[in-house]
Write a protein that binds this ligand. Sequence first.
Ligand code: ZN
Length: 205
Amino acid sequence: MTFKDLPFLINPRLRLSSPYLRVEWIAIDLSLLEHEAGFPSPNREVYLFQKRPGILRETGPDTLRFYYSDSTDFNRLGIQQWLRGQIKKFVEQVASAVLPVRLHELEREKKLHCRNVCVETLPKDILGQCSSLKDITLSPKLALFPKRMSDAVMLHELAHLRHLNHRKGFWAYLSVLLGEDANEEKFKSDIAYCEHRDMIDFLLK
Ligand SMILES: [Zn+2]
């Protein structure tokens, strides 16, 4: 892969926020960046370019902060790969913490019970799965979706606890859970046209 092949450029213009997390960009002087980079800590990592700090990453429970300076050159493959790796790791960490909690809330609300829930990367177009053993798997991408949409995916998987198919009865039951008509086409197009869907797929590939 070359720099030109990247479908999205990750730089301070990238606005990434969801109900569960956000990415912040903070411009500081190079001298301050170099100074700060001298204080290692478990929630920090420095990207070095030509042996000098290019970016400092700091992670909080729901925030990923990138400190950069005027001399940070975002137009390089190395820095782009590093940034994507940092964002992916962060989203996966937050997703593993928050998505099961939300699923359990919805379970209690709808009086449904799965056997187990886990968060792990699924093939590109799959956002959730429910097995015949009542194990639910959720894609970490859901942590970047609007809440209405991530909830809809979770309710879809919970509806499979009653109907392990996509026949009429399933869509009727899902409509009850959602409190709105959940015909198949509408559901598919909602997810497919989710704003930033291509970028989410790219970041979490
Ligand atoms: Zn389904």
